[in-house]
Ligand binder design. Sequence first.
Ligand code: 2E6
Ligand code: F3S
Length: 326
Amino acid sequence: MTSNDQRRVLLAKPRGYCAGVDRAVEAVEVALEKYGAPIYVRKQIVHNVHVVKTLEEKGAIFVEETEEVPKGAIVVFSAHGVAPVVHEEAAGLDLRTIDATCPLVTKVHKEAVRFAKDDYDILLIGHEGHEEVIGTSGEAPDHIHLVDGPDDVANVQVRDPERVAWLSQTTLSVSETLETVAKLRERFPHLTDPPSDDICYATQNRQVAVKEMAADSDLVIVVGSRNSSNSVRLVEVALEHGAAASHLVDYADEIDESWLDGVTTVGVTSGASVPDVLVQGVLAWLAERGYADVTEVESVKEKVHFSLPKELRRDLRAPLPITPVG
Ligand code: 2E6
Ligand code: F3S
């Protein structure tokens, strides 16, 4: 039996919202305030069930496809980005669009366009079916080949092995991506690197933070949704770096009491799409069970901020149209 005075929590920092998520969620909130409900959002604005539910309660309507949005309405594109064809669909329906694509995803789109213009075969490392991968691939469908991890490298076929570049999804495991790139380079020694890191600062920093606490933790609880790539990666990183166990939960009430059997130190972190109120819920749940001693372990300082999408900034500057009375 673990005595009460040994029980403790290590709380990772940085954790939770990144600058791109903060901007995307605020974009929907500001759009609701400025234009009124309903505001349509194509796909989950970020991959978090609580965020989506909260915005729905405020009047956002989430749809899977652009064609579900009524003609002339306002639609927000999610932080994960969209293919150019989606912009065309929206224009065809006279929709007013607010593009909440994270600027760091847009950066990868631009890299894809440039490599395609130079006629490279582009090997996009990422998870099949993920929205970000669908959006990036749509920038240059004839040039991009998806590589879903190291085991997929053997399947890659290119036109000219001397003209090949790689890019990646922003939320991958850093170590697994390095392994995939090393295998790609074995096959294609002339492989060209992206101009800068595609795995974003927030993904990297949250992985560094969980790595630092993993070996000292008997259990690491990651707060995040199952379809959140960066959150799922944090569980993997925790296990790879010495945590005895690690689980992903959306809410504190999903924690199984049996996970605490024999546990002295609990590590807690959260994905980039997770509001901190959910982490506070987990801390309160743990405190009720004797894990009230919380130490925040800060590995990297973050100061990144992105301004709101340009369509919103423009409208926020403009005076409201005067509605004639009578
Ligand atoms: C957009 C791009 C990258 O599943 P994933 O980790 O990509 O997405 P979220 O919504 O969980 O995290 C934020 C994000 C948005 N990451
Ligand atoms: Fe952007 Fe990275 Fe967040 S790509 S949305 S800063 S996880």
